[in-house]
Design a protein around this ligand. Structure first.
Ligand code: UTP
Length: 293
């Protein structure tokens, strides 16, 4: 059951972030100075993943180029003796074996995941949304994907990260119901995409990180368009859950949804405040403008 591959869908239109996403992917938007997708790839690498498939769409070439070498830039940095920056830039292209595939029509997340079938083959794999970051409070510092991999290996079942959301927000998410069998670990019995508040089995929302056994592809192949006329991953997960069972991890940490403007701004501020280079200056600035509010 060793998990060494990951699929990252990053093909969406990003309509909530227009006009910035008209010609560049939201996954390339920076959190301070690093594109969101680079954090996601780092989470994979820190979780023991060696091979990553990025599902990309139109105008996503910037993602490809970001993970390729840029010899001209390296030469320039070398000439200017910017050794540290040079090493950092080179490291980006050495993070993992990164593969790309184009999603031909943007028919939803479930459809994007289907493109991973040949790459994944007969192995369990991690799925990470390219526009979502998850911070962890784990005392061992394990990324959420690592924690999910460990649960998948232990229970030999698919597993999904879950986040408690306010009950009036359940209509925005895929929601899971289940029994807590160990602190934080649930055996799921229900999965429903964007339920009405009164139909939601809980307030535990699917949080953009999953580890699947390869059978998920069988369910995705048979999937019909669901909500918003898109192939909904949650619908195929619900079928898989009925046949094979599935686990959930109510993770201890925080979700950053970069696809939404307010969360993107908050994430930038939170990450920047923790940095030695820009943190002190930003703290001062925030105090100044807050005084005028
Ligand atoms: P979202 O639903 O947040 O992406 O999908 P979106 O469609 O780009 O966003 P809006 O609503 O138009 O602003 C979550 C993840 O799934 C990917 C997205 O790139 C994002 O990382 N995705 C979504 C695909 O790869 N293909 C799709 O057809 C849909």
């Amino acid at each position: 059951m060793k998990v060494r591959k990951a699929v990252i869908p990053a093909a969406g239109f990003g309509t909530r972030f227009l006009p910035a996403t008209k010609s560049q992917p939201k996954e390339m938007l920076p959190i301070v100075d690093t594109p969101v997708i680079q954090y996601v790839i780092k989470e994979c690498v820190d979780s023991g993943i060696t091979d990553i498939l990025l599902v990309i769409g139109k105008s996503k070439r910037a993602i490809e180029e970001h993970f390729d070498r840029n010899f001209e830039l390296e030469h320039e940095l070398e000439a200017k003796n910017k050794t540290e920056l040079l090493a950092e830039i080179r490291d980006i292209s050495n993070m993992a074996n990164i593969h790309f595939i184009w999603q031909k029509e943007l028919n939803g997340l479930g459809d994007a995941v289907k493109y991973g079938r040949t790459f994944v083959g007969d192995e369990p794999f991690a799925l990470l949304l390219g526009d979502t970051l998850l911070g962890t409070n784990d005392e061992l510092g394990r990324p959420i994907t690592r924690q999910l991999i460990e649960i998948c290996e232990r229970f030999e079942s698919s597993v999904v990260a879950l986040e408690s959301v306010p009950p009036d927000k359940v209509e925005r998410y895929g929601i899971a119901g289940g029994d807590e069998i160990e602190p934080g670990i649930l055996r799921l019995n229900q999965l429903v995409e964007k339920p009405k508040r009164e139909d939601a089995p809980s307030n535990l929302a699917i949080a953009g990180r999953y580890v699947f056994t390869p059978e998920i592809f069988t369910y995705l192949e048979d999937a019909q368009p669901g909500k918003n006329n898109e192939i909904q991953l949650t619908d195929s997960m619900a079928k898989m859950l009925t046949d094979r069972g599935m686990h959930g991890l109510r993770f201890d940490g925080k979700r950053y949804d970069i696809g939404n403007k307010l969360d993107f701004l908050k994430t930038n501020i939170e990450f920047a405040l923790k940095r030695d280079d820009v943190g002190p200056g930003l703290t001062k600035f925030i105090k100044e403008i807050a005084a005028d509010l």
